[in-house]
Design a protein around this ligand. Sequence first.
Ligand SMILES: NC(=O)c1ccc[n+]([C@@H]2O[C@H](COP(=O)([O-])OP(=O)(O)OC[C@H]3O[C@@H](n4cnc5c(N)ncnc54)[C@H](OP(=O)(O)O)[C@@H]3O)[C@@H](O)[C@H]2O)c1
Length: 194
Amino acid sequence: MYTRLLHRFYSSANMPPKLELIAAACENMGIGINGDLPWRLKTEMAFFTRMTSDTKDANKKNVVLMGRRTWDCIPDKYRPLKGRINMVLTSQSLDYGDKAITCKSIPHAVEVITRMQDQVERVWVIGGSSVYEAAMKSPHFGRLYLTRIKKKFECDTFFPAIPSDFVLIEDPTVPQGIQEEKEIEFIYEVYERR
Ligand SMILES: NC(=O)c1ccc[n+]([C@@H]2O[C@H](COP(=O)([O-])OP(=O)(O)OC[C@H]3O[C@@H](n4cnc5c(N)ncnc54)[C@H](OP(=O)(O)O)[C@@H]3O)[C@@H](O)[C@H]2O)c1
């Protein structure tokens, strides 16, 4: 009995984290323009902050994992994203001091997070394009939280194709139905792999 409990403890302690993606895309699947968001939607931004910050365990934090350009896009006064462990993917040898941890790839980030998992509750992949794509293909993919903005915006960066085996699911922590701000409608969707 004791051995079985110990085994369960150690095997769950070494479980790699699930990657949860969070993104907002408009009708043409755009997510960015000129290193910025194409829209300003306060309620959508508040949703992003709540989802990526909230933890059940007050002793743990969530990771926000992002590409180097997304990090560069965050205004200085909001960087690092507060209350969260910031991780940046880059092929370069960049050093952000105690603001952010840099990683060379998604598998490298998963390895680093697995080592610090006693401090980590959820891992949020927050973009951009190629990071979303790699995370959706990763064996560690967990969920995609996608805000669909029901309007077209001029964009230069796009959300990648959603794999055909992704299905919509319900999450009670996500507001249901059509949301609206500044006469722009949007809806929160949640996907898992079938
Ligand atoms: N609407 C949304 O939800 C949302 C979310 C995030 C971002 N955005 C927007 O999207 C734009 C930025 O996104 P982006 O797609 O251009 O860039 P990005 O994915 O944020 O950054 C690309 C860079 O990240 C690094 N990188 C990406 N994948 C990697 C991997 N697998 N391994 C190692 N390094 C990797 C590389 O950095 P190095 O060049 O340093 O090697 C690459 O040049 C901005 O306009 C931003 O506002 C929108």
